[in-house]
Ligand binder design. Structure first.
Ligand SMILES: NC(=O)c1ccc[n+]([C@@H]2O[C@H](COP(=O)([O-])OP(=O)(O)OC[C@H]3O[C@@H](n4cnc5c(N)ncnc54)[C@H](OP(=O)(O)O)[C@@H]3O)[C@@H](O)[C@H]2O)c1
Length: 224
């Protein structure tokens, strides 16, 4: 294993699955990874919804139900709402065994004062995923992306860093490399899963920025 943090593996041959890939975030990620040359499978609770979304995206994207998506993919991104997070993962424990799981779920609440971070019992969505999937390689990333920008093909580069968290360097390296496949995007290692809560929560602050300035804000980590 390399010790150079900038030396990342070639992930171009890995199949990327997106659970809940019919939603805004999932479609956006699927589009960007497919355009970057990655094989992508969109997952859904209903195979026909996934197939329809995949056909719209083109670029060789396929659709399947979430179970088949998980089974056929090397890297599985979890892009379902927080409400459906635990039940979705529990039902896919077998299919996700040994897989590199990337959780991008932000547990948020919304009220008249805007968005705020929820406090999951396990500490974070990512830690809930790790608890529910002890035989998977759970990481967390892609929390701070704008689904609007991801889906807008007139936006050529996604100008943001992606904070990547996880327990195994080999796994976070793969996720960093995947982020780096998208023009403008860069994956930065940002710690273990016990520090995922504040990364997930920061989205509440970004939503405040977006509302105040009418933008789709991203994040950069400087001096890296
Ligand atoms: N939107 C963003 O800009 C953004 C950015 C970063 C991270 N995220 C995170 O990404 C996740 C998805 O966001 P989104 O905006 O794409 O959400 P969404 O459109 O509300 O949901 C995504 C997909 O999840 C499936 N789904 C809905 N309810 C479900 C349930 N109870 N159980 C299982 N699957 C369910 C649906 O697909 P089917 O009906 O086809 O199964 C839906 O199309 C969220 O956890 C969010 O925090 C979003």
């Amino acid at each position: 294993m390399t010790t150079d943090p900038y030396d990342l593996p070639d992930v171009s041959g890995l199949v990327v699955g997106v659970l809940g890939g019919t939603g805004d975030q999932g479609r956006g990620l699927a589009l960007r990874f497919a355009r970057a040359g990655q094989k992508v499978i969109i997952g859904s609770r209903a195979a026909e919804r996934a197939e329809a979304a995949a056909a719209e995206l083109g670029a060789g994207v396929e659709g399947a139900d979430n179970a088949e998506c998980a089974r056929r993919s090397d890297i599985v991104i979890v892009a379902v709402p927080w409400d459906g997070h635990a039940a979705t993962l529990e039902a896919l424990r077998e299919e996700l065994r040994g897989k590199l799981v990337v959780d991008c779920v932000n547990p948020l609440g919304f009220d008249k004062r805007g968005a705020y971070a929820l406090k999951p019992e396990e500490g974070s969505a990512a830690e809930q995923a790790a608890a529910l999937l002890p035989e998977s390689r759970v990481t967390a990333a892609f929390h701070h992306l704008s689904a609007v920008l991801l889906q807008d093909e007139s936006v050529r580069e996604i100008d943001t860093d992606v904070m990547v968290l996880g327990e195994k360097r080999a796994d976070t390296d793969i996720v960093q490399a995947l982020a780096g496949r998208v023009p403008g995007m860069r994956g930065v290692f940002a710690g273990r899963l016990r520090n995922a809560h504040q990364v997930e929560s920061l989205v509440a602050n970004l939503i405040s920025v977006n509302r105040r300035y009418k933008v789709h804000a991203g994040l950069r980590v400087t001096d890296v």
